[in-house]
Design a protein around this ligand. Sequence first.
Ligand code: PLP
Length: 452
Amino acid sequence: MVTNLQARDAATVLHPYSNLSTLPAQGSLILERGEGVFVYDVDGKPYLEGMAGLWCNALGHGREELVQAAAEQMRKLPFAHLFTGKSHDPAIALAEKLKELAPTQAAKVFFCNSGSEANDTQVKLVWYVNNALGRPQKKKIISRIKAYHGVTVASASLTGLPNNHIDFDLPIAGIRHAACPHHYRFALDGESEEQFATRLADDLDAMIQAEGPETVAAFIAEPVMGAGGVIVPPKTYFEKIQQVLEKHDVMLIADEVICGFGRLGEWFGSTALGMKPDTISIAKQLSSSYAPIAGVIIPDWIDDALTSQSAKIGVFGHGFTYSGHPVAAAVALKTLEIYERENILGHVRSIVPHFQKRLTAFADHPLVGEARGVGLVGALEAVADKATKRSFDPKRAVAAKIVAFAEEEGLIVRAIGDAVSICPPLVITEAEIDLLFDRLGRALDRAEGWAS
Ligand code: PLP
């Protein structure tokens, strides 16, 4: 039975990433409030937030300090911009802090509002900087199949998922997609992780040679693919990929929108997985999602090229009204302060073994083909046949069924194709991890009964 509020919702809100044809009859799950790692729907039913919202709400709900930081900034200076040589203290202090935390040489931070905007900015910087450097033919960007980099025109083009391209007339020109580094699905029979990584690096080398190295400018990668189904790269992958990139003078863009700020127990996923990026996209956990803010961290050589373009053109013609919004910047600054003061990275490192132990134990479940993860993120991939890895008929939407059962059990997780992804707030405790996986286990058992 759809409630009045659900009917009003379906009649007026155009829902992202939803089946618009079935939603009106199903009704949205309408949330009202949150407390720690729990959210409550309009009937007061609690759910353990097993996805930290959308991989973002690191500190959980009800952090009064973040509310205070926003309120104080709103009182003092609710809006000021960074255009035409203007600035404000929260943006300056946040940029300084990010430079200090960055895992590679960092000159400056460009602020924006979303991960998509950050990655669109990355694309524009690649094009602009190569023009500045006098190599206008070096413009192509290589992403990967199953990558997720956003939904704006350029970032959706980088995204390597069919639903972000079909009938949107994407991708745009100059974007290529290399193979997905998912060993369970794409390794050859008997191929070790290292051998698989070598093959992927060789394939990338061949792709760059075929395109013409003088035309390939950048390679973009999430340290761990998130919205493509939580795909952890095989051992030695980035080391081998980076050798190829260096050989052809192709820069590396790290999309740290999910992995940044503690998800893998380090400030940046790049550090955890041995990536040495030239530029970095950040968003989500930067403010624990209490306010929308994102950014691109750039090194000296890009900053120098941008500066020389300004000497020539007169202006750096890029920026958003809300770039470095003072309220969002103040909230982000406070978030980073809390991460440090409460040693959130240390907490993540201490609970990861328990999280991964409970996650990987599901590899024995009859419905689960692969239980994969790293740090505080993971996924269970449902299969019809464990031995052959045969997938279910997509029409049965088994992962969506598991997620629906989990919701009934009081747990929010997310279906991505055949996978169920789990990405709890970083502050989750060991007891809450047990609650999460106990509920997920019951959902899996119910789905097994339903599927058989
Ligand atoms: N990059 C990655 C790795 C993401 O996971 C996302 C969103 O999930 C984005 C970019 C896009 O961010 P947004 O939804 O804020 O535009």
